[in-house]
Design a protein around this ligand. Sequence first.
Ligand SMILES: Nc1nc2c(c(=O)[nH]1)N[C@@H](CN(C=O)c1ccc(C(=O)N[C@@H](CCC(=O)O)C(=O)O)cc1)CN2
Ligand SMILES: NCC(=O)N[C@@H]1O[C@H](COP(=O)([O-])[O-])[C@@H](O)[C@H]1O
Length: 294
Amino acid sequence: MIWPLANFITIHDVHRDTLRKVRTRISAELIAYFKDGLYTNVATTIGYPHLGRRYVRISIEADLAQNLHNISRKPTLHTGTNLQALIDAQNTPSLPNTRIVLVLSNRKNARGLLRASNASPPIPTAHLSLPAFFKSNPGKSRDEYDLEIARLVLRAKPDAVVCAGWMHILGEGFLDVLKGARALDGEVVVLPREVPVINIHPALFGQFDGAGAVERGFEAFQKGEVDKLGVMVHRVIKEVDRGKPLIERVVEVVKGEAIDAYEERLHKVEWEVIVEATRIVLDEVKPPLSCDGV
Ligand SMILES: Nc1nc2c(c(=O)[nH]1)N[C@@H](CN(C=O)c1ccc(C(=O)N[C@@H](CCC(=O)O)C(=O)O)cc1)CN2
Ligand SMILES: NCC(=O)N[C@@H]1O[C@H](COP(=O)([O-])[O-])[C@@H](O)[C@H]1O
């Protein structure tokens, strides 16, 4: 377990070999965790029960800053939990005969990439951020980045694409390629059919489009500006969060409660609807065989 704590607990007499082993294991997991969580200067204490009451003190200097006050909140947002729900649902009655063929992020430290690599069997991953693309392709445009994302996606030959915390607005180029309306330079890929793209958004249709919807919605509810909140999974079109919903689900919110309590309920609903919506869209592109096999 990892507990972000403001104070240090001194190193007990942990045996050197154990410490090295523990540190190796910790460093990979922690660095991924904290870099993705964008924390900095965090003193953490790792309790390894099998080492008894011995603790290891580590301070992490992540490469991106984050207000320390956030550290008291469980970092549930953007840690790949919706992806995890899909990983866990593969080949279950919720999502039968389904395999995730690629997890792609626009952040190299995204927690979801770790979840995919740790899945059993491991899921192929890729990452390409807009700044990294511009750095390695001077003079290229955002549209050309979107086309490169489309290229990465289509090479995995998916039947559908699910955006689960994908925080990049996809341009028309990407969407046209996945519709089969535009060819990629140098690729002879001829799409057998349109590849639908869906996205999970933590608000009801037409409520709070764009980033930061949870916080904006919660604040509006507490101010009495809206009387309900929820989550939707919708088709992705050029206009952000304006695509037709596949599923909308109201999430209970209580006047005066802390946002963490609301977020916890919201995420639990998200983990259900993202699997349900993925099944709906996959059944559209690949209808399940009927009992007599036709
Ligand atoms: N063309 C579309 N692209 C995307 C959609 C969509 O409906 N149409 N949904 C989003 C997901 N999303 C909300 O559900 C969303 C994600 C990101 C942003 C945003 O402002 N992104 C900024 C960068 C922000 C960042 O990097 O932190 C940007 O892309 O410039 C708004 C809404 C997925 N894409
Ligand atoms: N506008 C898109 C958007 O805000 N998406 C939101 O990002 C979070 C990802 O959490 P996760 O990484 O734990 O799945 C989810 O709450 C999802 O609704």
